[in-house]
Write a protein that binds this ligand. Structure first.
Ligand SMILES: Cc1cc2nc3c(=O)[nH]c(=O)nc-3n(C[C@H](O)[C@H](O)[C@H](O)COP(=O)(O)O)c2cc1C
Length: 344
């Protein structure tokens, strides 16, 4: 029988955090967790919050730590510190973040314009990283035409894997995903390639797997929206049919997620909690009741209000919608704001 692809949860700043990971894990969860990025600059030290996230999961499932930065010396120092202070199984470097403040500092997606710096970063890190060294990229900065040159570069780097978000940096988060580029990478690169971008259902996961042949599938927003997705995809890829989660299941997940977030020392007040929950709810509410649920949640001012809106829209045994569609588009309405304020 063909081996199943490795399923991972994508790194997502402020949302792919331990409370979410715990909710995912109780529902089967991914095979691999990737942290949000550690910011790396001259004076940085590894963020304690992300180290705690690694500690909270690494005894159950493998965790990879992601870093963002552009100076090989500081990246080397930080990778050593992260490996010394956690049980992560590897280090990943972000080559895809499109946030203006990040790209303005020549980090994240802007590194794709500087192949020689990518080479130095990978070679210097390879000298010190004890675990797996991987990169997470997009298919170019401005145009998919850049991808062939990037592929030649990636093929020559001393890394153990490459995750590809199949869009350019300029395409940000909503355009169609260039699966043909990912398929080319799979056939050309001497190490496993992970496909990423708009996997939101079993159908989109199976299509991505068939179109690219990737060794891994990385799921971001779709995993926040549907925490059962990893198990559902595993079942679909091995030919099993499983019960679709209901709206009531979704409501239980939201209650559990709020409890997990409240249990974090940093979130003590009701106002802070509702603010944090809205970040997740953005992804969870899309596709339900034609946007009404989404708009109501955005206006909630307290957790009591948040839960009563959920009760109104989710207390039903209807299956949750398969795709997060609004106006026929995935994740319409909020994709453009993602990462806008991210910094390094
Ligand atoms: C809120 C948010 C934060 C993100 N933060 C990161 C990050 O820290 N590092 C990274 O490599 N990508 C980050 N991404 C990009 C995702 O890892 C992923 O590549 C992208 O969302 C496409 O996958 P998806 O369609 O499955 O969500 C972020 C995406 C979102 C939505």
């Amino acid at each position: 029988m063909q081996e199943l692809p490795t399923l991972s949860i994508a790194p997502m700043q402020d949302v792919s955090v331990l409370p979410l990971w715990r909710c995912l894990e109780r529902r089967g969860g991914p095979d691999l967790y990737v942290t949000e990025y550690f910011r790396v600059h001259r004076d940085s030290i590894p963020e304690k919050k992300i180290l705690r996230t690694i500690h909270g999961m690494s005894d159950r499932k493998p965790v990879v730590a992601q870093m963002i930065g552009n100076d090989p010396e500081y990246l080397v120092r930080t990778a050593q510190q992260i490996e010394a202070q956690s049980d992560c199984i590897g280090i990943d470097v972000n080559l895809g973040c499109p946030a203006p403040k990040v790209c303005g500092k020549q980090a994240g997606g802007a590194l794709l314009k500087n192949p020689e710096l990518i080479r130095r970063i990978a070679c210097d890190l390879r000298e010190v990283v004890k675990g797996r060294l991987t990169l997470k990229t997009r298919i170019g900065f401005e145009s998919p035409d850049e991808f062939d040159d990037l592929l030649e570069l990636f093929a020559s780097l001393p890394i153990e894997g490459l995750a590809i978000h199949g869009r350019t940096v300029m395409e940000r988060y909503q355009s169609p995903v260039h699966t043909d580029c990912i398929a080319r990478a799979v056939s050309m690169l001497p190490y496993p390639v992970t496909a990423n971008g708009n996997i939101v259902s079993t159908a989109t996961a199976v299509a991505m797997q068939q179109q690219t042949g990737a060794a891994g599938l990385m799921i971001g927003r779709g995993g926040i929206r549907n925490p059962w997705l990893f198990s559902l995809v595993r079942d679909a890829l091995s030919g099993q049919v499983t019960r679709r989660p209901t709206l009531r299941d979704l409501q239980s997940y939201l209650i559990e997620l709020a409890e997990e977030i409240a249990a974090e020392a940093a979130v003590e007040s009701n106002t802070k909690l509702v603010h944090r929950m809205k970040k997740f709810a953005n992804y969870i509410s899309s596709g339900i009741n034609g946007g009404i649920f989404h708009n109501q949640l955005r206006r909630a001012n307290s957790m009591e209000e948040f839960h009563s809106i959920c009760q109104e829209h989710l207390s039903s045994d209807e299956p949750m919608p398969e795709d997060p569609l609004e106006d026929g588009k995935l994740f319409c309405g909020f994709g453009e704001l993602i990462n806008e304020s991210a910094t390094i």
